[in-house]
Write a protein that binds this ligand. Sequence first.
Ligand code: AMP
Length: 497
Amino acid sequence: MTRSILEALDRYAEQSPEALALDDVTYRELRAASLRVAAKFRDAGVRAGDRIAIYAENRPGFVYAYLGGLRAGAIVVPVNVLYRTADLEHVLEDAEPTVVCVSEQSAPFAAELPGRRLVQLADAELWARDGAIAALADPPPPQADDVAILIYTSGTTGRSKGAELSHRNLGAIADQLVEAWRWTGDDTLLLTLPLFHVHGLGAGLNGTIVAGARALLRERFDAASVVAELDAGNATMFFGVPTMYVRILEQAGPSVRFEHVRLFVSGSAALPATVHEEFARRFGISILERYGSTEFGFALSNRYDGPRHAGTVGFPLPQVEIRLADPDGNDVAAGEAGEILVHGPNVSRGYWRNDDASQDAFVNDAQGRRWYRSGDLATFDPERGYIINGRLKELVISGGFNVYPIEVETELLRIPGITAAALVGQPDAARGEIPVAFIETNADYDEEATLATLRERLASFKVPKALYRVETLPRNAMGKVEKTRLRAALTEKSTRA
Ligand code: AMP
């Protein structure tokens, strides 16, 4: 059991000091970098429990600032680098960091204020290499239950909240993935996911360190270079969000085989079954889909050895317990849809300075065990595992019938000419809501044929009553469709009508 990411880093720095950890940086060098940067943070007045925000793209300095911040006993706050003005101010006002680490690109958007110092990641990169470490006092290691990071939720339903993840939570999140996905020191992960998100940081970087493996850190996802690097055998693992897999399929030429990659993982949004199937057909590779969230890292994963079924997220990770609950908190009957509740050593204890939100999202059971209410709906199939039906708040209830968006989106994506789809509820006087779909299409699209096919495949109440073609669906930094913006567009349509 890994009690903290630093503990794992120290262990490999001792056991295999010359093994590569991050690009060409060894475990010995990475540990030294964390000590040197911690010393600089402490010189700058950072004390245990102070916050250090990192508002930047993926680069080595991000990793040094993160590990140095943890080593200094600070709480690290990764901030979405796409945030500007209102979102950025909200996070910085809420977390009150003493130091904000920035890149040349992000610096102009973050202001230096009394009590808040800006540090350039380029400087952190210099500090990481500079000076003897023997002279540095090793700060007392943080306790396993101290908060290690605050990750702000994507804020799809209101103001974003800082989920507190302790050192123990981070260790447990990484341990589970290392065990479930057979991650070892022989692996190299091509890491293009943003480090400000739990997928890039909690799975990608922390998993690498806990496995004693290597990560190749890239500033952003670029489909052409990812295909070239993976096909050249530079990495054994790749983690992505569904839109990345769509781009990889578009980009990969007929000679591409990916034969050195032993594991492709998808998560953060539903992987369309069509993408899973096409990947299998073209490369003979079954993408492993998993389910996770900022508040607990990861909870469900298809089995490494077992069949990886399209449209399912598999079974609980080691040490994770899952329940499917009705609105009163009782377990639903077998086969019924319910809200996913998560319990385990990976689960956050609550939101930073927000007791009301914590009380809404976390519940204690009769044994005093804490469960996170995910707000996601799922059903369980004993053979195939859990099937995510979408967000509870995005469920469309039409004339009293439940329409699960993912089910309809999956069917839409099977239709030639539709390249992306999002189903939302449009207010309707007679039925409360009616399902309508926003779609991205190409030249093969034919609306009449689409509707005819949908009527054959879906119960009539699930068939979208309107298909709105858009150039591109609004997506957040993780490629997730922002349905609140689609619903706002519908309200605008109806007020203009
Ligand atoms: P975030 O906190 O940004 O990681 O978002 C977490 C949310 O992403 C979850 O609550 C789900 O709604 C969604 N999500 C994550 N993984 C999946 C998946 N494999 N399939 C469907 N939705 C997912």
